[in-house]
Write a protein that binds this ligand. Structure first.
Ligand code: HEM
Length: 251
């Protein structure tokens, strides 16, 4: 009964569009809802081609993600995430590798552009009312993408291991220490026995200060975990755009 109430709810139906009983209709619906088979639209409404409606901001954000992936992989060939080498490697890349400075700047500027574009994209979606049903689930996926984009930007900031990186992450992780319940300096931390040795800041840094452990953690998050999560969320995001009838149209 409770299960039925859940599967009949608007929240559930906004994510799963077909029922589970083994009927010919449900079987065909499972196929047509398959993301792999349906990344390309069957038809393209003329209005959807109007640049001024979307300014292709989502597409441009995705393009920046691709630029970040390609330049990021190339940067990994020259960078070692240990305090002895991180800063030196960036300088060596800039001054001894052909197009090294260009490569590093491309990664840095495309990263900034991605943060700005994702915010503008969100603003466009909001102003055109495209968060409304049936697109409410895709809005939630979008919010997750926004958080992951900001985390990618934050974790990348530490990697050059220069003064600005060190102090930015010191400030940022001190903010984590001020989180309610989970930070040792935050309100209600005593409820769960949280102290500086087991709080949110310690989890992020792997230590009580910004040092070698933090550099390694941020490197793994920045180069492996967060890009994989972002890629998966984008896959779901694009599939939902299709399944929600393509992008919304001007009224
Ligand atoms: C890395 C981040 C993101 C990427 C790569 C991305 C990509 C895209 C793309 C390519 C589209 C098709 C239309 C267009 O280009 O504007 C789209 C649509 C959409 N996005 Fe995003 N997006 C991202 C983040 C977000 C965020 C932060 C939100 C909102 C919180 C959001 C909500 C939506 C919604 C609701 C649609 C459907 C809009 C419509 O039908 O008009 N997305 N996204």
């Amino acid at each position: 009964m409770a299960w039925k109430r859940i599967t009949e709810s608007q929240l559930w139906r906004s994510i799963f569009r077909h029922r589970f009983e083994d009927t010919p209709r449900n079987r065909s619906l499972t196929t047509v809802s398959n993301s792999l088979l349906h990344l390309h639209p069957v038809t393209l409404p003329r209005d959807a081609l109007q640049v001024r409606f979307t300014f292709c901001l989502g597409g441009l954000t995705f393009f920046m993600f691709l630029v970040e992936t390609v330049t990021g992989i190339l940067l990994m060939f020259y960078y070692r995430p240990v305090p002895e080498y991180a800063y030196l490697d960036m300088k060596l890349l800039e001054h001894t590798v052909r197009f090294g400075m260009f490569l590093r700047n491309m990664h840095r500027w495309a990263g900034h552009a991605m943060v700005i574009l994702v915010m503008l994209h969100m603003l466009r979606v909001f102003l055109t009312g495209s968060y409304k049903p049936p697109r409410e689930f895709n809005w939630v996926v979008g919010v997750m993408l926004l958080v992951v984009t900001l985390l990618l930007s934050f974790t990348g900031y530490l990697l050059p291991w220069d003064q600005i990186a060190l102090w930015a992450i010191t400030v940022g992780t001190k903010m984590a220490a001020a989180t309610p319940f989970l930070g040792a300096d935050g309100p209600f931390h005593e409820w769960f026995g949280i102290h500086p040795g087991n709080d949110m800041r310690f989890l992020l840094l792997g230590d009580s200060d910004v040092g070698a452990n933090a550099l390694l953690r941020f490197y793994v998050l920045h180069c492996v975990l967060l890009p994989v999560v972002a890629g998966l969320l984008m896959f779901i995001h694009f599939w939902r755009v299709r399944k929600d009838g393509g992008i919304s149209r001007p009224l």
